[in-house]
Design a protein around this ligand. Structure first.
Ligand code: ZN
Length: 228
């Protein structure tokens, strides 16, 4: 605990004075552009990875970067999504998994969490991904199956995300973009799900259009066609 108190002291002495104006502005409200849903893993630090300032990312973390489908479960992540989409009106939602994820390892080896009933129950929300991987190639082993499951879990959670009414309404209108990423801790790289290609590709700067999981905005298209 001394480590945290020393770190806070360093923040107060070195960081806070330099950003005093920013904190003064943020004291009365937030306007984040992106909701970032990721794993609780201590090695994933969104603000460090994306060089963001306080006030930019609305972060929700849980074991396995999971979004339960609508109607089955109401908890912190669902409330955070509703608030981000309806109250904060974020422009983007990112679901970000990562390499060497303990939650994904537990999905592959449920016996490891047999004595942790809360974790085991929570990870049922990753069952779709496990099933997809098992049906796709049961011969995959070791790192490959973990990598494949981690990506499929992001895709499954994107599907769950789209079942949230607030998200579905804004996607239909074309006012929200959704993204599925996997962060590689060892190599400092991100692979992004490209819905058009149906696969993960490297996330690189200055690539236009960037890979994303956003579906076609049906209602915006209908309006455009009606006006044409
Ligand atoms: Zn993890």
């Amino acid at each position: 605990m001394e480590r945290l108190i020393e770190g806070f002291d360093q923040f107060r002495r070195e960081v806070f004075p330099q950003q005093r104006e920013l904190f003064k502005k943020l004291a009365h409200g937030q306007n984040p552009h992106t909701m970032f849903i990721t794993c609780a893993d201590s090695r994933v630090m969104p603000e460090m990875i994306f060089s963001t300032q306080p006030g930019e990312l609305f972060v929700s973390r849980n074991v396995g970067n999971i979004v339960p489908p609508y109607g089955q479960f109401v908890g912190g992540v669902i409330a955070a999504i509703e608030y981000a989409v309806q109250a904060l009106e974020v422009q983007n939602i990112v679901i970000c998994g990562h390499s060497d994820c303990g939650a994904m390892k537990a999905v592959l080896h449920p016996e490891h969490v047999a004595d942790k009933p809360a974790v085991a129950t929570w990870l049922h929300h990753a069952e779709t991904a496990r099933h997809v991987v098992a049906q796709h190639d049961p011969e995959l082993c070791g790192h490959d199956v973990l990598k494949c499951l981690t990506e499929e879990n992001v895709v499954a959670q994107l599907d769950h995300l789209r079942t949230q009414p607030a998200v579905a309404a804004r996607l239909a209108r074309g006012t929200l973009r959704i993204h599925g990423w996997v962060y590689d801790i060892e190599h400092g790289e991100i692979r992004a799900f490209d819905a058009k290609l149906g696969k993960f590709v490297p996330l690189l700067p200055n690539v236009c259009p960037m890979p994303e999981a956003t579906p076609r905005p049906r209602l915006a298209q209908a309006v455009a066609e009606a006006l044409a």
